[in-house]
Design a protein around this ligand. Structure first.
Ligand code: HAM
Length: 416
């Protein structure tokens, strides 16, 4: 049997309905915060991710779908979208527009990860990015957007985790301190962390394999922040308080992408299992500069659609289906049936025209199997009297309705 590629999945039925409801809410929230949509390509030159996400990260090291195109260009299916936004910002000279620029996006991403609940190789991200200002108010604003999503969709059991990983200056001091303390325990580290010890010791903090005792004994990065970074972090927390957003400082939160500075955060859900981050993000003040642009501070987050839908499903989010009207007809009334189906669709109803035709009894059975709310019968008599017979499939009541009253009749009975 042919199947979809491992780690990729079809989205259909109820799940797709939740996906679409969620997408509408996400887009509406971003628009209401005056963020503008941007669509960037699914493929980029591999170098973009190597230079942004970082050569020593799991994503670039092990998870990228990278290949040569037919002209020998090294390209990659995007594992995330922030790097593309930064590239686009530089390429189109967005710095000439009023700053901060605010973007939101939605689209597929690809990571060759070990598939498990909440983790796919093909998944959809929604995200927001505010570019061109280092105000802590922007950090708080993007977290506010993430929090508004959870509130609007009435998600339970979600919380905001936040940390600051400082700037180039203070992070270097902290990394050195970390290495100094970890060195005597080097042999106890897992294989990944032995490598991280040299490439990015910060990542050892959020490694799930490390011994909790050792992790507890490590210094906290917020105790090593320079004065500017400390002030910035305090201001972010202050804004969050003023916005009534509950948060928890998590000093092991460092995030798995290299471009972050200062604020990092996640919104996590206890309904998600091991992969509990619904969304994650932070500030990335050096990224645009490192990709060849002017120094440009920025902050944003991305959310995994599959995880959002999973939470909605597990919390019993109910989908309101549009009522379905089934049109049954005698063959001699076919043209009238087409006309009526079209009229009903134009009134805004969802209409299914019977395909097999045959007697009304069989057509009614088919209507019932489709869970139609109403069946409209059109026979010769209905054609001659300019009426239709409508059967309410729930209470079985039948009513003759004149064609001129069709719209009103169904609108009065919307979602009976
Ligand atoms: P990230 O934490 O790598 O950050 O991904 C953001 C979100 O995408 C995660 O919290 C999760 O919901 C979802 N996600 C990631 N990988 C998978 C996967 N394999 N399967 C399903 N869902 C997944 C970023 O991508 C950054 N670009 C976020 C950002 C934006 N930072 C600043 N601006």
């Amino acid at each position: 049997m042919m199947t979809s590629v491992k780690g990729f999945k079809d989205i259909y039925g109820e799940e797709l309905k939740l996906f679409k409801i969620a997408k509408n809410v996400l887009e509406e929230i971003a628009e209401n915060f005056a963020y503008e949509e941007i669509i960037t390509p699914v493929v980029e030159y591999s170098e973009l991710f190597e230079r942004s996400v970082g050569i020593d990260t799991d994503i670039v090291e092990k998870e990228m779908y990278t290949f040569m195109d037919k002209s020998g260009r090294n390209i990659t299916l995007r594992p995330e979208i922030t790097a593309s936004i930064a590239r686009s910002y530089i390429e189109h000279h967005f710095e000439t527009k009023p700053l901060p620029l605010k973007f939101y996006y939605f689209g597929p991403c690809f990571r060759y990860e070990k598939p498990q609940k909440g983790r796919y190789r093909g998944f959809y991200q929604y995200g927001v990015e505010a570019i061109g200002d280092d105000s802590p108010l922007l950090d708080a604003e993007v977290i506010y957007i993430g929090y508004s999503i959870a509130k609007k969709l009435e998600l339970k059991n979600v919380s905001v985790k936040i940390n600051s990983i400082g700037c180039r200056k203070c992070r270097t001091t902290y990394k050195e301190k970390l290495k100094e303390i970890l060195e005597p325990h080097y042999d106890d580290l897992c294989e990944d962390c032995k490598r991280r010890f040299y490439t990015n010791p910060l990542r050892i903090l959020d490694c799930k394999k490390e011994v909790p005792d050792l992790k507890r004994s490590l210094p906290k990065i917020i105790d090593y922040l320079c004065e500017d970074c400390r002030k910035h972090f305090d201001n972010v927390l202050d804004y969050l308080q003023k916005m009534s957003i509950p948060y928890e400082i998590d000093d092991t939160l460092v995030r798995g992408l290299d471009y972050y500075t200062r604020t990092v955060f996640e919104v996590v859900s206890s309904d998600l299992g091991a992969q509990n981050a619904l969304l994650g993000g932070g500030r990335y003040d050096y990224l645009i500069e490192e990709l060849g642009g002017r120094p440009t501070p920025a902050v944003g987050f991305a959310l995994g659609m599959e995880r959002l839908v999973e939470i909605m499903k597990s919390q019993g989010f109910s989908v309101r289906n549009k009522q379905l009207i089934y049109v049954a007809y005698q063959q001699s009334a076919f043209e009238r049936a087409i006309f009526i189906a079209e009229a009903l669709r134009n009134y805004g109803f969802k209409v299914l025209l019977d395909v097999k035709n045959g007697n009304f009894k069989n057509q009614t059975e088919r209507s019932s199997k489709r869970n139609a709310e109403f069946t409209v019968f059109i026979g010769e008599e209905e054609v001659n009297t300019n009426t239709v017979t409508v059967k309410n499939m729930k209470n079985k009541a039948q009513t003759k309705v004149e064609l001129a009253n069709l719209d009103g009749f169904f609108k009065e009975r919307k979602n009976v």
